[in-house]
Design a protein around this ligand. Structure first.
Ligand SMILES: Cc1cc2nc3c(=O)[nH]c(=O)nc-3n(C[C@H](O)[C@H](O)[C@H](O)COP(=O)(O)OP(=O)(O)OC[C@H]3O[C@@H](n4cnc5c(N)ncnc54)[C@H](O)[C@@H]3O)c2cc1C
Length: 414
């Protein structure tokens, strides 16, 4: 007897992929839908923890778990590299030759730092004088470097936007200031923040607030820097307009790109992101393909919080469609990002497609306990607590009691 069940295939078992299969397995009858999730390995990292690793503020085993136990019973986990999607045949080819047919396909393969894209990055000093914290290995290597750092020019550098967690490089600079102060090295260190943007951040009110924090901590900003190459012999980064910035320790955030198979399959833009409808995450080219999390080209931050809120909307719409009804839910671009500012404090940004981050209190007016665009200890504790929420509630797909859409409650209008 042949099965009449439809196939949902999800590529990527990271934040978005894990949430979506766990939520949908609960709601879709097994006789109607098979669910398969593919990932290249059995490792799941809590990536926000990479920020804390270099400063010894978290232990390596707190950010890394095996994937398999995180996936619900009744979901098939396939460990393989995705080779390509044949959208016309509705099939995914995996490295090794296995082919998965799908009725609905979710691309959730995220975005990856690509140090190979800037000449000179992958020289002999890679993960030594030229460091990064956007991978587990890079964050651990930087931890060793900072443990032996005795002062000099520490340069934090962003190659190009968009990057996942666009505030993470700022957080790194703030935490470096704190770390060096505590070790008595701040007077002997020049901290420099180099960005392709014209200010500290992309959104005007937040850029002003974060820019004044940088200034207050004595961190020099080098704006409008479009890197052309890294010269590891001379220890300088060079821009297209021949500006040079010297470093003793460089911490670079490489260009971020979607997965190469997206390009090979003809499904991506110039950075391998899948063009989608910004309210439904449905591919603009193929109605049975969706891109969730960092893999799509949503015009909002690439962040775990965006993956979370957009997955909530996607699941509601998917269930409506599966029941033969029209989709009625719409994602508003909601992002909610903690910004560690050092010395046990953090800021909180809450925004969406239409509303930039504003000052105020979150989630309740006047009492918070979180402060929007202002430093507080409550924000810092919220950021630290999120790791437990991630492993124990977010990934299993349990309701967190947070609205998927942004609320204006507690926000001060500009
Ligand atoms: C340093 C740092 C700090 C961060 N801090 C925060 C924060 O404070 N708050 C926040 O909201 N977000 C933060 N983020 C961002 C957040 O981690 C990501 O936005 C989120 O994980 C995106 O989820 P995703 O499912 O789209 O991608 P991912 O979680 O990256 O998952 C993608 C998955 O796809 C798999 N994959 C990729 N290509 C292939 C292939 N070809 N074949 C098979 N499998 C493949 C990968 O193995 C991976 O498991 C941070 C990120 C970094 C790097």
């Amino acid at each position: 007897m042949t099965s009449t069940a439809k196939n949902l295939v999800v590529l990527g078992a990271g934040t978005a992929g894990t949430m979506v299969v766990n939520k949908l397995r609960r709601d879709l009858p097994t006789e109607d839908w098979t669910i398969t999730v593919v990932d290249r390995d059995d490792i799941h990292d809590y990536q926000p923890g990479y920020l804390f690793l270099p400063f010894g503020m978290t232990a390596p085993d707190q950010v890394r778990r095996h994937t398999r136990p995180l996936i619900a019973d009744g979901v098939e986990l396939v460990l393989a590299e995705v080779d390509r999607v044949d959208a016309a045949a509705k099939a995914v080819r995996l490295a090794g030759g296995r082919v998965l047919a799908y009725d609905q396909l979710v691309i959730a393969t995220g975005t990856t730092p690509r140090p190979d894209q800037v000449p000179g990055t992958l020289g002999p000093q890679w993960h030594h004088e030229v460091g990064e914290f956007y991978t587990y290995e890079g964050a651990l290597a930087l931890r060793r470097r900072l443990a032996g750092f005795s002062g000099g020019r520490l340069v934090v550098h962003i190659t190009e936007m968009p990057i996942k967690c666009p505030v993470a490089p700022l957080e790194f600079a703030f935490l470096a200031d704190d770390f060096l102060t505590r070790r008595g090295l701040r007077d002997r260190t020049e901290l420099v923040f180099v960005t392709p943007l014209d200010g500290a951040f992309t959104k005007p009110v937040a850029s002003l607030a974060l820019g004044s924090l940088l200034a207050g901590k004595g961190i020099t900003v080098e704006p409008d820097f479009m890197i052309e190459r890294i010269d590891q012999d001379r220890k300088v980064i060079v821009s297209y307009d021949e500006r040079e910035i010297a470093y003793d320790q460089l911490v670079t955030v490489p260009l971020n790109m979607g997965a190469d198979f997206v390009a090979r399959s003809g499904l991506g833009d110039e950075l391998n992101y899948v063009p989608v409808d910004k309210h439904t995450m449905q591919s603009t080219a193929h109605p049975e393909i969706w891109a969730l999390g960092d893999a799509g080209n949503l015009p909002t931050s690439k962040a775990g919080s965006v993956a979370h809120f957009s997955v909530e909307v996607f699941v509601e719409n998917f269930l409506e469609q599966a029941a033969g009804r029209p989709m009625t839910h719409s994602f508003d671009g909601h992002a909610n990002c903690f910004v560690e500012s050092g010395h046990g404090k953090a800021l909180l940004l809450d925004f969406n497609y239409e509303t930039q981050p504003l000052t105020g209190h979150f989630p309740f007016p006047k009492v918070g306990p979180m402060t929007l665009l202002g430093e507080s200890r409550a924000n810092h504790l919220g950021k630290l607590a999120f790791r437990h929420v991630y492993w124990n509630a977010l990934l299993p797909g349990r309701p967190l009691g947070l609205r998927a859409d942004m609320s204006m409650t507690g926000k001060n209008p500009v």
